[in-house]
Design a protein around this ligand. Structure first.
Ligand code: BEZ
Length: 216
């Protein structure tokens, strides 16, 4: 069964390179990114996992816990970690989950047999602190993901959760955002006293509320 936006992310308990993890307990109160890769000791996967480790400060700053996963076993994961650290000159500071019996892969619909018969594809799930799925992505084996894009989506989701705004195409943190379409002009004026720029009645820009500088 496929997972839809807004669904509660299925819980599981699994071995990882950081010990046994109960997913819901582990992410308690944080945002989370669960991402699968097809296979240990493969080139694209090595660069992806190292890149995520290099970005660990960025995830931490956003209160996001990251977990990688494949259907390889824990011994294979533990052996591969050294290679990732060597190639990417980083420390593998987040857990890699082992899912040999494919329980997690099946629960999250990470196996797409027309792409890879028995291996997980490159899936991404972003969860909010209520463990609700806020984004799903599926990439084929040959395309390494852009983890700056994952961070950009997290920035958007986090300001959307805090302020009644959405983010336009190619938005990045600090750019103007748009007033949520559920807000009347009166409500928008109350929430954004600096005013908004209505390019169309339904397209109203305001400065990124997360970038506001507060003076003492
Ligand atoms: C890779 O990581 O390069 C890869 C893994 C599985 C299938 C194809 C490519």
């Amino acid at each position: 069964m496929s997972i839809k936006l807004g669904d509660e992310a299925p819980n599981f308990t699994a071995q990882s390179t950081k010990g046994e993890i109960n997913f819901h307990e582990y992410i308690d109160g944080s945002w989370a990114v669960l991402f699968s890769h097809p296979k240990d000791f493969t080139p694209v996967c090595t660069t992806e996992l190292g890149t995520v480790a290099q970005l660990s400060d960025e995830f931490e700053k956003r209160n996001v816990k990251v977990l990688g996963l494949s259907v390889d076993g824990i011994e294979s994961h533990n052996d591969w970690v050294g290679d990732i650290e060597d190639v990417c000159q980083t420390e593998m500071n987040y857990p890699l989950l082992a899912d040999e019996n494919k329980e997690i892969a099946n629960a999250y619909d990470m196996i797409h047999p027309n792409e890879l018969a028995t291996l997980t594809v490159r899936s991404v799930f972003i969860l909010n602190p209520d463990k609700k799925v806020m984004l799903t992505l599926t990439y084929p084996a040959s395309v390494g993901r852009n983890f700056d894009e994952i961070l950009r989506v997290i920035d958007s989701l986090q300001i959307g959760a805090k302020y009644k705004v959405a983010t336009p195409a190619n938005w990045k943190s600090g750019d103007d955002v748009v007033v949520g379409s559920g807000l009347s002009d009166e409500e928008a004026n109350e929430l954004f006293p600096e005013g908004f720029n209505a390019v169309k009645p339904y397209l109203r820009y305001v400065a990124d509320p997360a970038s506001k500088v507060t003076s003492n």
